[in-house]
Design a protein around this ligand. Structure first.
Ligand SMILES: C[S@@+](CC[C@H](N)C(=O)[O-])C[C@H]1O[C@@H](n2cnc3c(N)ncnc32)[C@H](O)[C@@H]1O
Length: 195
C-alpha cells in the first residue's frame, strides 16, 4: 500500500523519535531574517512548525503574534514543554491546507520538502490564500537532499521558479549563505511577496 504523508505518519515519526530533520534550534537563515525586521506586531504563521524552534525564537524576540501550526500535537508538545509561556491559542494543530486566517508573514522551514511533490502547487495556492496583500512568504527550501525517496523532497531553483511564478511573480530563490553547516550549499532562500 502506498505510504500517505498524513497526520498519523508524522505523529509516528515523532513518537518513535525518528526526526532527523530536527536541528534542535531555530534555523539561522530564519533567525537572521527575523533579527532584521523592525515591526514586531506582524502576524506570523509557521506551518509545519514541528517542535517549534523558530516560533520560540520569534516569540522571545518580541514577535507576539506568531502562530505555530502542525498536523500533529506530538510535534508542538516540544514547544510547549520547552517554552510553557508560549500562548496556547497560538499553537494550531491542523492541516495548513484547511487553515483559515490571514498573515503578514509566513515562515517556511522544511514544510514544502515534507509534502508529496504532487502537493506543491496546492502549497503555493494555500500560502497565497493565507497572506495579506503585500504579505511575504520567506524561508529555506532544499535544492538537494541526501535521500531521493523522500521526505524530504528537493526541487531545483528552476522548478521552484516555475511553481511560484503565476501567484508570486518576482519570487526569488537565492543560495543561502548562512545555512547551518550540515545544510550548507543545499538550501535556497525564498522570498515571495503576495501582490
Ligand atoms: C520535516 S518536518 C519539519 C518540522 C520543522 N519545521 C523542523 O524543521 O523541525 C515537517 C513537519 O510538517 C508537518 N506537516 C506535514 N504536512 C502538514 C500539513 N499539511 N499541515 C501542517 N503541518 C504539516 C509535519 O507534521 C512535520 O512536523
Amino acid at each position: 500500500m502506498a505510504r500517505e504523508l498524513n497526520a498519523r505518519y508524522w505523529e509516528d515519526r515523532y513518537t518513535t523519535g525518528d526526526t532527523p530533520w530536527d536541528i534542535g534550534a531555530a534555523s539561522t537563515p530564519i533567525t537572521t531574517y527575523l533579527d532584521g525586521l523592525r515591526d514586531r506586531d506582524l502576524r506570523i504563521l509557521i506551518p509545519g512548525a514541528g517542535r517549534g524552534y523558530e516560533a520560540e525564537y520569534a516569540h522571545r524576540a518580541g514577535f507576539r503574534n506568531v502562530f505555530a501550526m502542525d498536523l500533529t500535537d506530538e510535534a508542538l508538545k516540544g514547544l510547549s514543554q520547552r517554552y510553557p509561556t508560549f500562548p496556547r491559542e497560538q499553537l494550531l494543530i491542523g492541516d495548513v491546507f484547511e487553515h483559515e486566517g490571514t498573515y503578514d508573514l509566513i515562515l517556511e522551514q522544511t514544510l514544502l520538502c515534507a509534502l508529496e511533490p504532487a502537493d506543491r502547487e496546492r502549497y503555493v495556492r494555500a500560502m497565497h490564500r493565507l497572506l495579506m496583500p503585500g504579505g511575504k512568504l520567506v524561508g529555506v527550501l532544499f535544492d538537494q537532499v541526501p535521500n531521493p525517496q523522500g521526505p524530504p523532497f528537493a526541487a531545483s531553483k528552476e522548478e521552484y521558479e516555475r511553481l511560484f511564478t503565476s501567484l508570486f511573480p518576482g519570487a526569488t530563490f537565492e543560495r543561502c549563505h548562512n545555512s547551518i553547516t550540515p545544510r550548507a550549499g543545499r538550501e535556497l532562500w525564498m522570498k515571495a511577496v503576495r501582490s
